[in-house]
Structure formats: C-alpha cells, structure tokens
Design a protein around this ligand. Structure first.
Ligand code: F6R
Length: 615
C-alpha cells in the first residue's frame, strides 16, 4: 500500500513525480504529497485527498521548481488520513525529508526514546519517527545520510520502501527496501524511483529492482551504489530491460481501468497461454513447471495459499486439480494459514497465487511453507515481484498491468494458468483420457472467443444493473466449479458498489440464507448447463416460491431457466471445468455498471488498495 515516486536528473521533477503518483494511485489514495529541492530550499506540499487535490494545493503553495523530487500517495496505516499525516515528512531540523511505504512496527519505543532526547512530532505516523531516527543517528554518529539510513534501518522492525534526501546534500537520494517494492529507473544521467515501473516507463526501459534489505545511494549524473543493509556488502546493480509499454497503463478510451481490463480479457487470456498451449499438437509446456512435474504428481497434496480474488481462483483450481489430475488440494487464506501452525511436510507442494506478487500475508505463508521444507510454486502477474522471487519456481500470468483496484483480468488469467497446470499433470499422470485431454486443449483455446461473445451482453447487463442498482443486498449462488465464481461475483459487487452481497453454494441456501429471501432480494444464480443443472433449477424454483428476483447466468440457447428467471445473462457453451472463465464475465460487468450508476469510484473504491503489503 502507498505509492512512492522520486526523480533526480536534469529535468523538472514536478511533472514526473505528479504523473507518477497518478499512475500509482491504485496503491493508495487517501492523501498525497510532494517535496522538491529548488536549488536552495525544500518545497513541500501535501494534503488529504487524491493526487488531483495535491495538484490544486501545490499550485498556490510551492514553486514547482527543481530537478530533485519525491512524492507519495497514501493508504493510511498509522494515523488517520489528514494533511499532517500525509507524506513527505520532515525531520525536526527541516533538513531531511522522507517518503515511506510500509510499517515500522517498533516505532512507538523509538518515538519515546527520541522524545526523551528532545524530538517533537507533528504527525501520528511511524514515518516521522523514522526520519527523526535517521537524523539522530546522523548527528550523533557524525555520518553521511546513506550511513545514517543504514544504521537506523538496522534498528527498526517492519516493512519499508523509503526515499529520503538531505537539503544540505541535494545531489543524492537514498532509498531502501524491505517487504515493500522499489524499482529504480535508469535513464541517461537521470534516475527514477517508484513502487513499480509505471511512473517512468516513457523515460526508460531499464530498471533495477532492489531486493529486500538492500539500500541504494543514487547520485545525480553519477551512479548508484547498492548495499546490503545488514552486512554492508556492496551489490552489483542488475539492470533489467522492461517489456511494459505506455498504452498498457493508460485507459485507452474506456471510462475506467476496470472496464478496460474486463474488455482486455480475450486478449490477455490468449497472451497467458500463447506459446504454452499448442492445442492442435496436444502440447502444454510451462517453462517453470516442466522440471517439477514429478514433485507435483508425487505430492501428498497441493496446498494453495492466496487472498481475496486470487483465493477464489485457488478454489476453482481445487475443482480442476482434483477432478482432472486426481491430486488432493486444500485452499487456504494465506492470512489464516500462516498463523495456525499448519501441518506441512516436504511431500506437500504449495501454490501461491498473487496478482501483485507483493501481498504480505501470501508472502508470509510462502516463507512458512519454505521453512517447513515444502516446494513452493508461484503464480504471479507482476514480473520481478517479491513473491515471484521468493517461490522456488512458477508461472507468470500475462495479464499486463492491472490498475483497477477490483481484480478482473488477473482472476481469469490465473485460472488459465491453473487449468494448464492441471491438464499437464493429468496428462502425465494418466488420469485423463487422450480424447478428453485433447478436447480440453481445444476448448481452452476457444475461451478468448467465448469471453468476447460474453462481453457482447454488456448493454443488456447495463439494463439489468439499472433495475437492481438500489438493492441493499444481493445473494450469489453457484455450484461445483461455479461456487467460487459466485463468491467472486459477490466480492466484486461489494468492493466497488458497497452493496452487501454474499456468495453461497446453491445447495447450501436451504440451510440458512433462504431465510433472507423476499421480494426485495436479487439472487444471481449461475445456472449453466452442467452436472448440477437440474438441482440449480430446483433452487431457482425455491427462490421464486419466496418471491426472490432471479438474475441467471445461463448457457446460450437455454430455455428452462430463461422461463423461470426474471433476467438472464448468456454465456457460450464450454466444458464445465472451463465455465468459470466465461461465467465470471457477466458478473464483473454487472458490478461495474451498478457501481457506475451509484456514482462510486470504480477504480479506487474506498478503504481499499491494490497491493496489500500490510498484514
Ligand atoms: C479483489 C482484489 C483483492 C486481491 C487480494 C490479493 O478485487 O483485488 O481481493 O485479490 O488483495 O491480491 P494479490 O492477488 O495481489 O495477492
């Protein structure tokens, strides 16, 4: 959470930092701030609110001049969102200024010590404590800024990506990382700092990703010195060439990133299997998997750890792995798994799923599984992310940057990867017949076309959204492979429209939720042609008998449910094991349109952030 940006070079820093903050706003958006060195002084402006509010404020508050600058967009951890708690934060002398993404867990004891030494604090943040600790070390031990940062960071417990500079040494920025991401863009005689590469992609394709417990001293027009914070060892900078392009991080004519990302699904699903799935030849080849296939097929069980939407993708995988590859699967919330002393052995394979690759709970679950000797496989979207580096091997989804806070294309591309893994394992294990295997490959290859067809119902779904936009509760029901889709549909609705929604296995309805049903309750039922069709039809009858309103997701050509339901949303026919890839599309669109009609901030819903780097 929180986005950080910095620049040091020969251009004006203000537009680079502001533009970068706009791109990182998905990481946090309750306050924003900027500090520039104008050649003499620090120009600092910060405010509660969004980057647009910061720009208005900066217009009257600062000169906007200077070729060194740092900026921050916040998702509050310590201290409510207000002007004072916004970053950047000054040290007491006013010489040092810092931005920080993360949490300093032992800030309270450090703060007490600093207060005893005469320091005062304006904000409630842990960050202001850190910058004053750096100042204290610098003064007391008479060391340069880089050394002071290093010593101070050795005293703190927690997570951080920081950037700090000193008014009296305005030709360098010191950055450091532990647990929160930090990328350094390397241009010609200029350097960029950011939580991800999106703020600098139009300036350079060359980036260095700091590893945990590394810090860097970035000097204007000169070089970067990277050190390990604990051991003081110098690290040779490893410059990567990025594949990202500017179009991928802009809205491209859509009103919202979420809608753009929903519409990107046919192409990103294809990107995710391109070169990995050769349907005609019956080949699935995943680079990260090949060598480890014996581990998977000999595993006692597969444990999937993830959070939120990624956890829902894990639930879909449970069905497909058990159904096709006959390997027992357990799906765990990473946040629960890590704290409940789980039984993990060397014979377990753990799959960690994460769009951002930075989710703190998932990362902690991975560390725990590794400690216990399990083999850990990662499925991440963000290349070079912490989880992708912490896992033993893995597969990237190729969804491209997902900027809308509500996850859409990450979900379908995660399922695409998981399906390919399950099919590959099933083939090697011999738990699937050749004809069934070939059929699945051909059908998976058709999914982009089916998703594109499902998207054609957009106008109709918008009309349905208009009917139900004022409902205060929704129930989502699905069975088998589509039970996790019901959960995901409910999550999408609640996170962007703030309407209470619950996902439930359709058959469980009669064990409780049926009590909720009356004429005011819209019930979204995934009622596609499948093994459970007849049973789901009965559930629909039960809801109708209690005057509930049915919005059904049906297979093209369905007649039975069409008769019963108040509204239907059609999806193309595909084998049941692949249906989550298509049934999820109308549910994404439904929640999108309801949120737009309710005037909600679709891309940046309240209280949320795109990557959850706090526990
Ligand atoms: C929901 C959503 C979140 C994330 C969750 C995990 O739309 O985006 O529930 O799925 O925070 O994030 P990652 O996948 O980045 O680990």
């Amino acid at each position: 959470m929180c986005g950080i940006v910095g620049y040091i070079g020969h251009r004006e820093a203000y537009p680079i930092v502001i533009n970068g903050l706009r791109r990182l706003e998905y990481r946090g958006y309750d306050s924003a701030g900027i500090a520039l060195y104008d050649g003499k002084n620090i120009q600092l402006s910060k405010t509660k609110g969004k980057v647009a509010d910061l720009e208005k404020r900066a217009d009257s508050e600062i000169s906007k001049k200077g070729s060194l600058g740092i900026g921050h967009t916040r998702w509050a951890t310590h201290g409510v969102p207000n002007d004072v708690n916004s970053h950047p934060h000054y040290s007491n002398s006013g010489n040092l200024v810092i931005i920080h993404n993360g949490i300093i867990e032992n800030y309270s004891s450090i703060k007490t010590e600093l207060i005893n030494r005469g320091y005062t604090f304006k904000s409630d943040t842990d960050t202001e404590v850190l910058v004053n600790l750096i100042e204290e070390v610098k003064k007391k031990q008479d060391v340069k800024l880089g050394k002071a940062v290093q010593i101070a960071l050795n005293e703190v417990v927690g997570a951080y990506a920081i950037a700090v500079f000193d008014k009296n040494k305005p030709d360098e920025i010191v950055v450091a990382k532990l647990g929160s991401p930090l990328a350094i863009g390397v241009g010609d005689d200029e350097f960029f700092i950011a939580s991800d590469a999106s703020p600098f992609i139009e300036f350079t394709n060359n980036a260095i990703y700091l590893e945990d417990e590394e810090m860097a001293i970035i000097r204007r027009g000169r070089d970067i010195k990277i050190r390990q914070i604990k051991s003081d060892k110098l690290v040779k900078p490893f410059v990567q060439e990025l594949k990202l392009n500017i179009e991928q991080i802009e809205k491209g004519g859509y009103d919202h990133f979420m809608l753009k990302e929903i519409y990107e699904q046919p192409s990103v699903i294809k990107d995710t299997y391109r070169g990995r799935l050769l349907a005609d030849k019956g080949i699935i080849k995943l680079g990260g998997l090949e060598e480890y296939i014996p581990k998977f097929i000999n595993a006692d069980r597969i444990i999937i750890v993830a959070c939120g939407t990624s956890w829902h993708a894990g639930l879909v995988a449970e069905y497909i792995f058990e159904d096709l590859a006959r390997i027992p699967v357990e799906v765990e919330y990473a946040s629960e798994f890590r704290y409940r002393n789980p039984i993990i052995t060397e014979n377990d394979v753990v799959i960690a799923i994460s769009q951002s690759g930075e989710t703190a709970d998932t990362l902690a679950a991975i560390k725990l599984a590794k400690e216990k000797g399990a083999f850990v496989y990662g499925i991440c979207n963000v290349v070079g992310s912490t989880i992708s580096r912490e896992t033993h091997s893995g597969t990237y989804t190729h969804a491209g940057p997902e900027i809308g806070v509500a996850s859409t294309k990450a979900f379908t591309t995660q399922i695409t990867v998981l399906t390919m893994i399950a099919l590959k394992l099933a083939q090697v294990k011999g738990t699937i017949s050749k004809s069934d295997y070939m059929m699945h490959l051909r059908e998976l290859d058709m999914i982009p076309t089916h998703v594109a067809a499902a998207l054609k119902s957009n106008d109709k779904i918008e009309e349905i959204a208009a009917v139900f936009k004022n409902a205060t509760n929704f129930l989502y029901l699905g069975r088998g492979y589509n039970f996790p889709v019901a959960l995901e549909g409910a999550l999408k609705l609640k996170e962007i429209s703030y309407i209470h929604a619950e996902g439930y296995p359709a058959a469980e309805m009669k064990h409780g939720p049926i009590a909720l049903i009356d004429e005011h309750m819209p019930v979204v039922v995934i009622a596609i042609n499948s093994n459970h069709y007849g049973k789901v039809v009965s559930n629909i009858e039960e809801i109708k008998a209690r005057k509930g309103k049915i919005i059904a997701v049906v297979t093209e050509g369905d007649t039975v449910v069409r008769e019963l339901a108040d509204y239907v949303m059609e999806v193309p026919k595909t084998p049941e094991s692949l249906t989550p890839l298509v049934t999820t599309i109308p549910l994404q669109l439904l929640s999108y349109h309801i949120a737009v009609m309710l005037n909600k901030n679709v891309d940046q819903p309240r209280n949320l952030a795109k990557s959850v780097t706090v526990e």
